[in-house]
Ligand binder design. Sequence first.
Ligand code: XUL
Ligand code: CO
Length: 438
Amino acid sequence: MKEYFADIPKIKYEGKASKNPLAFRYYDADRIILGKKMSDHLPFAMAWWHNLCAAGTDMFGRDTADKSFGAQKGTMEHAKAKVDAGFEFMQKLGIKYFCFHDVDIVPEAEDINETNRRLDEITDYLLKKMEETGIKCLWGTANMFSNPRFMNGAGSTNSVDVYCFAAAQIKKAIELTVKLGGKGYVFWGGREGYETLLNTDVRFEQENIAALMKMAVEYGRSIGFTGDFYIEPKPKEPMKHQYDFDAATAIGFLRQYGLDKDFKMNIEANHATLAGHTFRHELRISAINGMLGSIDANQGDYLLGWDTDEFPYNVYESTLCMYEVLKAGGLTGGFNFDAKNRRPSNTPEDMFHAYILGMDTFALGLIKAAELIEDGELDEFVEKRYESFKGELGQKIRSGTATLSELAAHAEELGSCKTPDSGRQEYLESIVNRILFG
Ligand code: XUL
Ligand code: CO
């Protein structure tokens, strides 16, 4: 069997003192954290599109990296070379899952029947590799944003033919996800939004998106898909207004159309910050609604207003993310590195450095989040902060048995109200620093 990354050894854990660029310093798969193996806390996944397809093309220049893997691009030979290279990559890093769009794994043909035939062929090939290696599929999805037919949206399109092509792609992508044993199926509404209200019937479009999702759920369940459907919220880019702006908006939409039992959130860090939220805000909103499903683990740039999809290196952020995940009892999905190398990082070694960085960043975040939880001071503070609600009136409010009049009577009896206790934000931030830096 051809080796694609012959110069790269199997990446091992060497500990934090190691200066070996091809070793983990924090990700120690079998280390037990809070009673569970690190690898079980952190089911990492490789994103097919960034890692095996994207080669650095941007609006101003063409590819800088070679992702041909020795084959002619746009051929099934190339699609298979990507499978071989991808599995070697994942095995060398100890990554157990991958995520894919339909058109990441085969070149899309002019005729959808031919694309579907290619998808059948490549998934037979993938399945064999999965059986040989034990690597699994985290989630699948349909790319309903690249092809020009989706320029006005997929579920939100004005064209009934385009709507049917979206339905056909979703149907096939769910079938493939089931065939590969995927845990989840993602809807990222790439073109589900609008540029101007002057040409857009928002209610019509949202109803159509919901109808498409409903049909997807019904079909998925009918062919034995037992996993979660996910919405991946994002506020903008490519569309100016995207319907799934953030977790709260997406959850409201799912409830409005009776889809909330089948769906959870796939939260992407860079999408959260584009929405003007922190990553942990989006995780918390999902978790308190019982909808924290999976994570697209990446990082944005606070100086840039677009989706830079960087590999995460910010340990402060990963710690607070893992704090939310641990508090929520873990994910039903996993941590998909929806991230790409910077354009000038164009060698195969850079691909490994990027994943080592991302995996170590989350491993260290996990270690530190567990320390924060074991330390307990944050929890204690929050618990105490709401103490006044433990009294009789507070309990009535909490149980929904209070009346406005009796609460007003209490205020009137007091006459004036003292300022509540300090929020102690700066002190709490210093606790996080103490745990992080000792
Ligand atoms: C785009 C994005 C997508 C989804 C899957 O910003 O995050 O790659 O994760 O379609
Ligand atoms: Co994503």
